[in-house]
Design a protein. Structure first.
Length: 128
């Protein structure tokens, strides 16, 4: 998602909160983040979402395995120093859709979209 207001913590938190609250409640258990300044308002985020935020240790990329893998996949579409302001939300959505529909070995060669749909569907089955 584009951050039209900027990348400072008070500008990021409302967008991150909105995105987190769009995820079904049973999947919103915690958030792991690197040590960026954009999460300076993590306590307010936790208050708003009931999701604790955990921070990775410095120089410990194994604590962010999925994030590191996703960064590598994103480099196939976006050069490291590319100005993302050149891209529209539609461009970003197209990249996200392609990545989310890509089969992954960790998901037994199912896509993230398929796994997410199954997780959401299981709750519907439990509610009935």
């Amino acid at each position: 998602m584009a951050l039209p207001d900027g990348i400072k913590s008070h500008q990021v938190r409302p967008h991150l909160t909105h995105a987190a609250l769009s995820v079904p409640a049973h999947l919103r258990r915690s958030l792991t983040w690197d040590r960026g300044r954009e999460m300076a308002e993590h306590a307010l985020f936790t208050t708003d979402t009931a999701m604790p935020v955990y921070f990775c240790n410095r120089r410990s990329p194994w604590q962010r395995g999925t994030n590191e893998n996703t960064n590598g996949l994103l480099r196939q579409y976006l050069a490291k120093n590319r100005d993302l302001r050149e891209l529209s939300q539609s461009d970003l959505d197209a990249i996200a859709t392609e990545l989310n529909n890509r089969p992954r070995r960790v998901h037994d060669f199912r896509s993230s979209t398929e796994v997410y749909a199954d997780l959401c569907g299981q709750v519907d089955a439990l509610i009935v």
